[in-house]
Write a protein that binds this ligand. Structure first.
Ligand code: TRP
Length: 348
């Protein structure tokens, strides 16, 4: 068992007393650091700590539902943590931790597996999606992935779960599992709400502007990452797919490529579409690509530099992980022991 310091307890208690609402999200070590996820989610998270008590978990246990190269998985977790901190998510104000460092996740996931139906899991679109993409490795973990996600969430009794729209179904299943469990054992779990960012800043793939920008797509140069080198970012923008017209005009349906570039430029520069159309009147797409690329490079520069510095400081990142695991365990173990009692496990 983790030893809990007085400081941990005091902090948890003062938060409970302050009545702050709680936020929890899980972040795939392989997935968050794209331009799309930064603009849609990450950049808003730093400010949440003022109003909410926030938990962010790097979900290494979810990551292994598809095959990973161990050294690469390890590297990505350090990188992910460094990027989160560099984005302003202060480890002193937020609980940042790695999922496998808090055994309660695995422990509660097993219990919840026994309260989750085969039929429910079969209907999850992410499962159908991922199993068609990994036809040679449709393992039980991939299937019961949402039960682990439900454990991630329910352990911390969050009010809100910030996720992309693709995760709404998993949060809804989490609620269904919680309702089922509470129906049998009384009021154990709190029902969380998904917190989905406004679609206003939906960022599309630069090569395939009709699909969402995502790192999990086969690498075609259409996805920009926070940690990409400036010259790589510029190359991706210069190669961005546009259309056969010449005018810079926002029309997401008929001009998805150009509209996506405008969207990106707009979010980075704060200019609206009207101003951008004016700015590029009589100018070609090449100019728009360069301008958008430069804006993204400047947006990411300080984050990338700070993240790189932190990645070089392994001892610091490990200390953050340790501290996060301790704080997260304190909350998680309270829920877990309540669950164990309810279902008839014997406490020693
Ligand atoms: N499944 C989520 C994704 O793919 C990641 C995740 C795991 C998560 N556990 C979570 C998100 C808990 C929110 C809450 O993005």
């Amino acid at each position: 068992m983790n030893k809990i310091t007085n400081e941990t307890i005091n902090k948890a208690e003062s938060e409970a007393v302050s009545g702050k609402k709680t936020i929890l999200s899980g972040i795939q070590p392989t997935g968050v650091a794209t331009l799309g996820s930064y603009l849609g989610a990450l950049r808003n998270w730093a400010a949440l700590a003022d109003t909410y008590s926030c938990y962010y978990s790097i979900v290494d246990m979810h990551a292994i539902t598809v095959r990973q190269v161990p050294a690469e998985l390890r590297r990505l977790q350090y990188e992910q943590l460094a990027v989160l901190i560099a984005c302003g998510i202060d480890p002193d104000k937020n609980v940042l931790f790695v999922q496998s460092h808090v055994p309660a996740h695995a422990q509660l996931a097993w219990v919840l597996n026994c309260y989750t139906m085969f039929g429910e899991l079969s209907r999850m679109t992410q499962f159908k999606d991922k199993s068609s993409k990994n036809a040679d490795n449709i393992n039980a973990g991939l299937f019961s992935y949402p039960a682990l996600q439900a454990a991630d969430i329910l352990l911390y009794r969050p009010d809100l779960v910030p996720v992309g729209a693709d995760q709404k179904q998993h949060v809804e299943l989490t609620r269904d599992i919680a309702v089922r469990f509470n129906g049998i054992y009384g009021d154990v779990f709190k029902l969380p709400e998904p917190y989905i960012p406004k679609v206003g800043a939906k960022i599309m793939d630069l090569q395939k502007p009709t699909s969402k920008m995502s790192k999990s797509e086969i690498d075609n140069g259409g996805c920009v990452l926070i940690m990409d080198k400036p010259e790589d970012i510029m190359r991706s923008f210069k190669r961005a797919v546009t259309d056969s017209e010449t005018s810079v005009r926002y029309d997401a349906k008929n001009k998805p490529g150009v509209s996506n570039l405008m969207q990106i430029y707009s979010v980075c520069s704060g200019k609206d579409f009207g101003a951008i159309e004016k700015e590029f009147e009589g100018k070609g797409y090449g100019e728009l690509k360069t301008r958008a690329g430069e804006a993204v490079i400047e947006l990411f520069r300080p984050i990338r530099e700070e993240a790189a510095r932190l990645i070089g400081d392994r001892a610091y990142l490990q200390a953050v992980m340790k501290d996060g695991a301790k704080k997260a365990s304190f909350t998680a173990n309270k829920t877990l022991s309540k669950v164990y009692k309810k279902i008839g496990f014997i406490e020693l």
